[in-house]
Design a protein around this ligand. Structure first.
Ligand SMILES: [Zn+2]
Ligand SMILES: [Zn+2]
Length: 134
């Protein structure tokens, strides 16, 4: 499936070819901290299928629990997370941040990881009082 995406301010844009089955949720505490919310949704694809078409993103490096260096790319102007990749063999795969994808409403998660730090209240969301707008 062909997708494209951008950060909130539009400075950073990209195109990619992805498999809609490679959509996952991560509940790890790093993703909670880096996104500012309960979990992260990411679409993984081969680095060769991912092309940046706008301004260059900024990079933040973090060391994962397994010792691997993770490179987090985001917009230096608006702060939107764009994608992640790694070093060496890990550089062959990019994890595109779901919220930056223009076609995201067609992409739903197929699996989840780091469930041991998942918030227990996620199951309760369907029962919360809700409104269609603000
Ligand atoms: Zn931006
Ligand atoms: Zn994570």
């Amino acid at each position: 499936m062909q997708i494209n995406g951008q950060c909130h301010c539009g400075s950073i844009t990209y195109e990619a070819e992805i498999d809609p089955d490679d959509v996952s949720i991560c509940h790890c505490t790093d993703c909670q901290r880096l996104t500012g919310t309960a979990f992260r949704v990411t679409v993984s694809t081969a680095a060769t299928q991912f092309t940046m078409t706008g301004n260059p993103p900024r990079r933040y490096e973090k060391r994962a629990d397994n010792g691997a260096l993770r490179l987090q790319f985001f917009c230096g102007d608006c702060g939107s997370p764009i994608y992640t990749t790694g070093e060496g063999k890990d550089a062959e795969v990019v994890g595109i941040r779901w919220g930056s994808i223009n076609q995201r409403s067609q992409l739903k998660p197929r699996h989840q990881i780091w469930c041991r730090s998942s918030m227990g209240w996620l199951d309760e969301i369907p029962g919360l009082p809700g409104r269609p707008g603000d």
